[in-house]
Write a protein of this length. Structure first.
Length: 245
Protein backbone atom coordinates (compact mmCIF):
# COMPACT_ATOMS: atom_id res chain seq x y z
CA UNK A 1 0.00 0.00 0.00
CA UNK A 2 1.44 3.35 -1.12
CA UNK A 3 -0.04 6.31 0.73
CA UNK A 4 -0.44 9.96 -0.29
CA UNK A 5 -0.94 12.46 2.55
CA UNK A 6 -2.58 15.73 1.47
CA UNK A 7 -2.80 17.52 4.82
CA UNK A 8 -0.66 20.65 5.18
CA UNK A 9 2.63 21.26 6.94
CA UNK A 10 3.76 20.43 9.53
CA UNK A 11 1.20 17.71 10.33
CA UNK A 12 1.38 16.18 6.87
CA UNK A 13 5.14 15.73 6.84
CA UNK A 14 5.04 14.43 10.42
CA UNK A 15 2.51 11.79 9.41
CA UNK A 16 4.60 10.74 6.41
CA UNK A 17 7.64 10.36 8.66
CA UNK A 18 5.70 8.16 11.10
CA UNK A 19 4.33 6.03 8.27
CA UNK A 20 7.79 5.47 6.83
CA UNK A 21 9.08 4.46 10.26
CA UNK A 22 6.52 1.63 10.19
CA UNK A 23 7.81 0.47 6.81
CA UNK A 24 5.03 2.02 4.72
CA UNK A 25 5.59 3.82 1.45
CA UNK A 26 4.24 7.34 1.97
CA UNK A 27 4.54 10.72 0.27
CA UNK A 28 3.37 14.24 1.00
CA UNK A 29 1.30 16.46 -1.31
CA UNK A 30 0.14 19.47 0.77
CA UNK A 31 -2.85 21.04 -0.93
CA UNK A 32 -3.10 24.22 1.14
CA UNK A 33 -0.71 26.68 2.78
CA UNK A 34 -1.37 29.42 5.34
CA UNK A 35 -0.99 33.16 5.93
CA UNK A 36 -1.93 35.33 8.95
CA UNK A 37 -5.63 36.15 9.15
CA UNK A 38 -7.13 39.57 8.52
CA UNK A 39 -9.03 39.88 11.82
CA UNK A 40 -6.31 39.34 14.42
CA UNK A 41 -6.33 43.02 15.41
CA UNK A 42 -10.13 43.00 15.57
CA UNK A 43 -10.04 39.99 17.91
CA UNK A 44 -7.45 41.63 20.15
CA UNK A 45 -9.37 44.91 20.37
CA UNK A 46 -12.67 43.20 21.23
CA UNK A 47 -11.37 40.97 24.02
CA UNK A 48 -12.16 43.63 26.69
CA UNK A 49 -15.84 43.44 25.69
CA UNK A 50 -16.11 39.86 26.99
CA UNK A 51 -17.85 39.33 30.31
CA UNK A 52 -18.05 36.58 32.91
CA UNK A 53 -19.45 33.40 31.36
CA UNK A 54 -18.82 34.37 27.74
CA UNK A 55 -17.00 31.99 25.38
CA UNK A 56 -13.85 31.81 23.30
CA UNK A 57 -14.07 28.81 20.96
CA UNK A 58 -11.19 27.58 18.82
CA UNK A 59 -12.10 25.38 15.86
CA UNK A 60 -8.53 24.84 14.62
CA UNK A 61 -5.23 24.58 16.44
CA UNK A 62 -3.74 26.64 13.61
CA UNK A 63 -5.74 29.64 14.79
CA UNK A 64 -3.48 29.71 17.86
CA UNK A 65 -0.37 29.64 15.68
CA UNK A 66 -1.27 33.19 14.71
CA UNK A 67 -3.59 34.48 17.47
CA UNK A 68 -1.31 33.42 20.35
CA UNK A 69 1.85 35.27 19.24
CA UNK A 70 -0.23 38.24 18.04
CA UNK A 71 -1.77 38.80 21.49
CA UNK A 72 1.66 38.44 23.09
CA UNK A 73 3.06 41.08 20.74
CA UNK A 74 0.10 43.35 21.54
CA UNK A 75 0.62 42.74 25.28
CA UNK A 76 -3.04 41.72 25.42
CA UNK A 77 -3.78 39.10 28.12
CA UNK A 78 -6.28 36.35 27.56
CA UNK A 79 -9.37 36.99 29.72
CA UNK A 80 -9.69 35.02 32.95
CA UNK A 81 -13.47 34.99 33.40
CA UNK A 82 -14.60 33.37 30.14
CA UNK A 83 -15.18 29.75 29.15
CA UNK A 84 -12.60 28.26 26.79
CA UNK A 85 -13.56 25.52 24.35
CA UNK A 86 -11.75 23.82 21.48
CA UNK A 87 -12.80 21.41 18.78
CA UNK A 88 -10.24 18.73 19.69
CA UNK A 89 -7.36 17.76 21.93
CA UNK A 90 -4.63 19.39 19.84
CA UNK A 91 -6.44 22.70 19.61
CA UNK A 92 -7.27 22.51 23.34
CA UNK A 93 -3.60 22.02 24.22
CA UNK A 94 -2.58 24.90 21.93
CA UNK A 95 -5.17 27.18 23.53
CA UNK A 96 -4.21 26.15 27.06
CA UNK A 97 -0.57 27.04 26.41
CA UNK A 98 -1.60 30.64 25.81
CA UNK A 99 -4.62 31.24 28.07
CA UNK A 100 -3.38 29.00 30.93
CA UNK A 101 -6.97 28.04 31.74
CA UNK A 102 -9.01 24.84 31.60
CA UNK A 103 -10.13 24.18 28.03
CA UNK A 104 -13.08 21.87 27.37
CA UNK A 105 -13.18 19.78 24.20
CA UNK A 106 -15.23 16.83 22.86
CA UNK A 107 -13.98 13.28 22.33
CA UNK A 108 -14.37 13.61 18.57
CA UNK A 109 -12.99 16.73 16.93
CA UNK A 110 -15.91 17.76 14.73
CA UNK A 111 -18.35 20.66 15.10
CA UNK A 112 -21.29 18.37 15.83
CA UNK A 113 -19.51 16.91 18.87
CA UNK A 114 -18.42 20.35 20.08
CA UNK A 115 -22.02 21.58 20.03
CA UNK A 116 -23.05 18.71 22.30
CA UNK A 117 -20.79 19.84 25.17
CA UNK A 118 -22.86 20.67 28.28
CA UNK A 119 -21.29 24.13 28.52
CA UNK A 120 -22.93 25.11 25.23
CA UNK A 121 -26.43 23.96 26.11
CA UNK A 122 -27.42 27.29 27.69
CA UNK A 123 -25.81 30.27 25.97
CA UNK A 124 -28.66 32.78 25.80
CA UNK A 125 -27.26 36.31 25.81
CA UNK A 126 -23.65 35.12 25.93
CA UNK A 127 -20.92 36.37 23.60
CA UNK A 128 -19.24 33.57 21.65
CA UNK A 129 -15.99 34.43 19.89
CA UNK A 130 -15.10 31.74 17.32
CA UNK A 131 -11.46 31.66 16.18
CA UNK A 132 -10.98 30.04 12.78
CA UNK A 133 -9.54 30.38 9.28
CA UNK A 134 -11.05 32.19 6.31
CA UNK A 135 -14.46 30.83 5.47
CA UNK A 136 -15.25 27.40 6.85
CA UNK A 137 -18.45 25.83 8.07
CA UNK A 138 -21.09 28.07 9.63
CA UNK A 139 -22.89 25.24 11.45
CA UNK A 140 -21.46 25.91 14.90
CA UNK A 141 -22.25 29.63 14.78
CA UNK A 142 -25.73 29.01 13.39
CA UNK A 143 -26.59 26.56 16.17
CA UNK A 144 -25.24 28.88 18.88
CA UNK A 145 -27.22 31.79 17.45
CA UNK A 146 -30.35 29.63 17.44
CA UNK A 147 -29.67 28.99 21.14
CA UNK A 148 -29.60 32.73 21.79
CA UNK A 149 -25.87 33.49 21.72
CA UNK A 150 -24.19 36.54 20.18
CA UNK A 151 -21.70 34.98 17.76
CA UNK A 152 -18.61 36.70 16.32
CA UNK A 153 -16.18 35.03 13.92
CA UNK A 154 -12.52 36.04 13.79
CA UNK A 155 -10.30 35.05 10.87
CA UNK A 156 -6.98 34.17 12.52
CA UNK A 157 -5.39 32.62 9.44
CA UNK A 158 -5.98 32.32 5.72
CA UNK A 159 -5.90 29.07 3.76
CA UNK A 160 -4.15 29.41 0.38
CA UNK A 161 -4.39 26.63 -2.24
CA UNK A 162 -1.01 25.32 -3.37
CA UNK A 163 -0.63 25.48 -7.16
CA UNK A 164 0.27 22.28 -9.02
CA UNK A 165 0.18 21.07 -12.61
CA UNK A 166 -2.59 18.46 -12.48
CA UNK A 167 -1.58 16.10 -15.30
CA UNK A 168 2.02 16.06 -14.11
CA UNK A 169 0.99 15.26 -10.55
CA UNK A 170 -1.42 12.52 -11.61
CA UNK A 171 1.26 10.86 -13.74
CA UNK A 172 3.79 11.06 -10.90
CA UNK A 173 1.52 9.54 -8.25
CA UNK A 174 0.23 6.81 -10.54
CA UNK A 175 3.87 5.88 -11.25
CA UNK A 176 4.43 5.71 -7.48
CA UNK A 177 1.55 3.25 -7.20
CA UNK A 178 -0.50 5.39 -4.82
CA UNK A 179 -3.53 3.37 -3.71
CA UNK A 180 -4.52 5.18 -0.48
CA UNK A 181 -5.06 8.92 -0.03
CA UNK A 182 -5.55 10.81 3.24
CA UNK A 183 -7.76 13.92 3.14
CA UNK A 184 -8.71 15.89 6.24
CA UNK A 185 -11.07 18.64 5.03
CA UNK A 186 -13.77 19.28 2.47
CA UNK A 187 -11.71 22.06 0.92
CA UNK A 188 -8.79 19.71 0.33
CA UNK A 189 -11.09 17.05 -1.08
CA UNK A 190 -12.42 19.55 -3.63
CA UNK A 191 -8.91 20.71 -4.51
CA UNK A 192 -7.74 17.12 -5.02
CA UNK A 193 -10.73 16.23 -7.19
CA UNK A 194 -10.33 19.34 -9.36
CA UNK A 195 -6.54 18.98 -9.62
CA UNK A 196 -6.58 15.56 -11.29
CA UNK A 197 -7.62 15.48 -14.98
CA UNK A 198 -10.83 13.61 -15.77
CA UNK A 199 -9.11 10.61 -17.40
CA UNK A 200 -6.77 10.04 -14.43
CA UNK A 201 -9.64 10.71 -12.07
CA UNK A 202 -11.76 7.93 -13.58
CA UNK A 203 -8.92 5.46 -14.15
CA UNK A 204 -7.04 5.98 -10.88
CA UNK A 205 -8.10 8.62 -8.35
CA UNK A 206 -11.64 7.41 -7.66
CA UNK A 207 -10.37 3.83 -7.32
CA UNK A 208 -8.00 4.74 -4.47
CA UNK A 209 -8.95 4.03 -0.89
CA UNK A 210 -9.79 7.35 0.75
CA UNK A 211 -9.16 8.03 4.46
CA UNK A 212 -11.31 10.91 5.75
CA UNK A 213 -12.01 12.34 9.20
CA UNK A 214 -15.80 12.61 9.39
CA UNK A 215 -19.03 11.11 8.09
CA UNK A 216 -19.73 14.44 6.38
CA UNK A 217 -16.51 14.14 4.36
CA UNK A 218 -17.33 10.53 3.54
CA UNK A 219 -20.68 11.63 2.10
CA UNK A 220 -19.01 14.30 -0.04
CA UNK A 221 -16.44 11.77 -1.27
CA UNK A 222 -19.17 9.28 -2.16
CA UNK A 223 -20.97 11.98 -4.15
CA UNK A 224 -17.74 12.59 -6.09
CA UNK A 225 -17.58 8.89 -6.93
CA UNK A 226 -15.30 7.27 -4.36
CA UNK A 227 -16.47 3.88 -3.12
CA UNK A 228 -13.64 2.68 -0.86
CA UNK A 229 -13.88 5.19 2.01
CA UNK A 230 -12.63 4.80 5.58
CA UNK A 231 -13.67 7.27 8.30
CA UNK A 232 -11.01 7.83 10.98
CA UNK A 233 -12.12 8.36 14.58
CA UNK A 234 -10.49 11.80 14.65
CA UNK A 235 -8.46 14.27 12.61
CA UNK A 236 -5.13 13.98 14.43
CA UNK A 237 -2.27 11.85 13.13
CA UNK A 238 -2.81 9.16 15.77
CA UNK A 239 -6.39 8.66 14.57
CA UNK A 240 -5.26 8.53 10.93
CA UNK A 241 -2.68 5.89 11.77
CA UNK A 242 -5.36 3.83 13.51
CA UNK A 243 -7.55 4.09 10.42
CA UNK A 244 -4.73 2.84 8.23
CA UNK A 245 -4.33 -0.24 10.38
Amino acid sequence: MSILVTRPMPEGSQLVKRLRLTGRQAWHLPLIDFLPGRQLLDFSSRIPSLSNGDFIIVVSARALTYAGPFLLAENRPWPTEVNYLAIGKNSALALHRYCNKVVDFPDKNISEALMDLPLLEEVTGKNCFILRGNGGRELLGEVLQARGANVSYFECYQRIPVKYQGAEQAFHWRQKGISTIIVTSGEMLNLLYELVPALDRNEWLLHCRLIVVSDRLATIAADFGWRDIVVADGADNDALLRALR
